[in-house]
Design a protein around this ligand. Structure first.
Ligand SMILES: Nc1ncnc2c1ncn2[C@@H]1O[C@H](COP(=O)(O)OP(=O)(O)O)[C@@H](O)[C@H]1O
Ligand SMILES: [Mg+2]
Length: 232
């Protein structure tokens, strides 16, 4: 599904070079749910941006279902992002003047609205547990509810992949777990691949695949072990 080969990303700011990615090789399969953890500044967001074509790598390439993203022109990349990727950010990024259902519809606005799309947006809101909140604006929703609207929005275009960057970072621990449970359920029901960056080890469950980043590299690719009496 997503394959990163020799990914490097160097930012140049002023006279300074920052090597945010220093050779990442990774393969993520269709329908997988993959966590990315690591200290601040280790390159997690950069990796997500490169996967989602928000940013081009300095070296190496991303193959998306076999398609080399480097071969796409900028306008094809934006179409690719809109059609194939659902983004969820730490800060929700909802439009304050629009209600929940209108926010969920945002990704399809360039292609036009129709009754079927409005129905899908409402259906997604009900899947994330917000069927009673479709007419509420972000300011009238709790943080957890706002993030669930953002999750519904990310799924609106039936993307192949959801890329979530610290989606629970601004939520308390219980609400964060609820939002994660929503994303896990959507992954299971829709078969959508999910790559989720988090600081919060509490979110991990036995069997989860976890990529650990450090200094721009994946230093570990493991599965969370099943709970045994020894490590309870
Ligand atoms: N647009 C940018 N310009 C310059 N440096 C950047 C930019 N984005 C990220 N960096 C730097 O790249 C490194 C990795 O950043 P990032 O991928 O955001 O890490 P993480 O998400 O793991 O905290 C950091 O040193 C950061 O300061
Ligand atoms: Mg980050």
């Amino acid at each position: 599904m997503i394959r990163g080969e020799g990914l490097e990303k160097t930012y140049r700011r002023g006279g300074q070079e920052v090597r945010a990615l220093r050779g990442v090789d990774v393969e993520i399969g269709t329908g997988e749910f993959v966590f990315v953890i690591g200290p601040s500044g280790s390159g997690k967001s950069t990796l997500l941006h490169v996967f989602g074509a928000l940013d081009r790598p300095t070296a190496g390439r991303v193959l998306f279902d076999g398609q080399d993203l480097a071969a796409l022109a900028d306008r094809d990349l934006s179409l690719f992002r809109r059609r194939r990727i659902g983004f969820v950010f730490q800060a929700f990024n909802l439009v304050g003047t629009l209600n929940a259902v209108e926010n969920v519809l945002m990704p399809v606005l360039p292609e036009g609205l129709g009754p079927d799309r409005v129905a899908r947006a409402k259906e997604l809101l009900s899947r994330v547990g917000l069927s009673e909140r479709t007419a509420h604006r972000p300011g009238e929703l709790s943080g957890g509810e706002q993030q669930r609207v953002a999750v519904a929005r990310a799924f609106m275009n039936s993307p192949a992949v959801i890329l979530a960057d610290e989606p629970t970072g601004e939520l308390d621990s219980k609400t964060g777990l609820e939002v994660l449970a929503t994303i896990r359920r959507m992954n299971a029901e829709q078969g959508t691949t999910v790559v989720l960056v988090t600081h919060n080890q509490e979110l991990l469950a036995p069997g989860d695949r976890v990529l650990s980043m450090r200094d721009g590299k994946i230093v570990e690719d493991r599965r969370v072990p099943a709970k045994s009496p020894d490590n309870l």
